[in-house]
Design a protein around this ligand. Structure first.
Ligand code: CTP
Length: 422
């Protein structure tokens, strides 16, 4: 007998972290379903980022039992911490540990009190729970008890054809974050947006739907998109749809520039921040105020962590100066003077916009050159403690970079440090 699609889902689930515990718990009841992104990904043969589970009611009680069972099955790893968090308002619970995450929701129906607001939630039927969702391919549920599959209209054909389709005409107005989600899914899954869904998306953007959502929720979706392996394609899709322009009139995504910047970015750089810096770069290139403050205010509105916000702002703001000055630097010591202190993402972007060769030299070579001697060596040689130590070390590093030391090695560095005029 051929194996059905839901049976394949359950078979794959069995091998995922927490999957066995889920299936064991579900065997004693008839209301546990796998749903949403987890089913979509398993049907496509992908590994889901997390498991989404729906139960008839009392998600929180189910989460407690699940955490205990996952914990006892993971007995070989006693240090693993199992955490549960609960969201009364949305009737959801999350069980997470080092090895995985399982989201549990009680079946619910949703209504939106105002466009862009978070939904009001009430207990719902299995059907309502499917139809409250964003796209048909996320509205497929597989029962963990009897492997029956339920789905929203068109869901299975859309999965088979690789199509993203909203479940109703109000979808983007109710929840405009779905515009960003659609771009992310299209990029990640390689799915096409179905014709009338594309029209609804454009209409929602033109009507200003994105202006009704909080900056915090926009930020959450942007961070998810920036963190995807296919982030470039997701941002290109957002740009194409008009999402970026609706978020801020100056945002631009130049795919070739972003691609080049990522190719230049070293492993210790952050691709997500380089892409974000490329998005906000027009605020710097056509500045009429204080671009640094504008970028900080924008990223604050989107709730970016302060460290990431400051790194992106510093990277973007440095780009025009770097483009101008990097091109003129022949000597490695001058390269260091220009690029030192600028986040790697800013140097990569400047490289992508014209100063490619010096940017690459800085990122791949010059920034890694260090002295063999330290301040301790100078103290031991009788230089008094204080700023003079730093000046001498810097002078030697410049000479080392420019290949002006008598020979390689500590001795020549120490001699040059003691001889330096300060
Ligand atoms: N959902 C929705 N509208 C949103 C957010 C979520 O309808 N604005 C629904 C979708 O059905 C989605 C499910 O809630 O599949 C779970 O949300 P989430 O975990 O964000 O989505 P996944 O599809 O699991 O996404 P990913 O693969 O990125 O984890």
């Amino acid at each position: 007998m051929p194996v059905s699609a839901p049976q394949i889902v359950l078979e794959r689930l069995h091998h995922l972290p927490g999957g066995k515990a889920l299936l064991e718990l579900a065997a004693g009841r008839d209301d546990v379903e796998l749903v949403g992104g987890a089913v979509r990904d398993l049907l496509l043969g992908h590994t889901p980022r997390e498991l989404d589970v729906v139960v008839a009611d009392d998600a929180i009680g189910f989460a407690g039992e699940l955490a205990r069972r996952v914990g006892s099955l993971a007995g070989e790893n006693p240090d693993e911490r199992f955490e549960s968090t609960f969201h009364e308002r949305f009737r959801t619970a999350l069980v997470w540990w080092g090895g995985g995450r399982i989201d549990i929701a009680s079946r619910r129906a949703e209504s939106y009190p105002a466009p862009g607001a978070l939904p009001d939630v009430r207990p719902g039927s299995p059907e309502q729970d499917l139809l409250r969702r964003d796209f048909t391919v996320n509205a497929i549920a597989v029962s963990l008890t009897d492997a029956q599959m339920r789905s929203a209209p068109h869901a299975e054909e859309d999965m088979a054809r690789g199509v993203l389709r909203v479940l109703h005409e109000q979808s983007f107005i109710d929840d405009p974050t779905r515009l960003l989600r659609m771009a992310r899914y299209a990029a990640r899954l390689g799915f096409e947006v179905e014709g009338s869904t594309a029209t609804l998306a454009r209409e929602a953007i033109v009507e200003g739907a994105l202006g009704t959502v909080s900056g915090a929720r926009i930020g959450t979706e942007l961070r998810l998109a920036l963190g995807e392996p296919g982030a470039v394609a997701a941002l290109a899709a957002m740009s194409e749809l008009g999402v970026l322009g609706a978020l801020h009139p100056r945002l631009r995504f130049e795919e070739p520039v972003a691609g080049k910047a990522l190719a230049l970015l070293p492993e210790d750089g952050r691709a997500d921040l380089a892409l974000l810096a490329s998005l906000v770069l027009p605020l710097v290139l056509r500045a009429d105020g204080d671009p640094h403050a504008e970028i900080v205010a924008l990223l604050d509105r989107w709730n970016f962590p302060a460290g990431d916000r400051d790194r992106v702002a510093a990277a973007a703001v440095a780009v025009p100066r770097l483009i101008e000055e990097l091109g003129e630097t022949e000597r490695p010591s001058a390269l260091r003077e220009t690029a030192l202190g600028v986040p790697l993402e800013g140097v990569s972007l400047a490289g992508a916009l014209g100063a490619e060769e010096p940017a690459r030299r800085w990122l791949e070579q010059t920034r890694h050159v260090h002295l063999e001697i330290t301040g301790e060596d100078l103290l031991a040689a009788g230089i008094p403690e204080g700023p003079e130590i730093g000046y001498r070390l810097e002078a030697v590093l410049r000479r080392k970079l420019d290949d002006e030391l008598a020979s390689p090695g500590r001795d020549a560095e120490l001699t040059a440090a003691l001889d330096a005029c300060v």
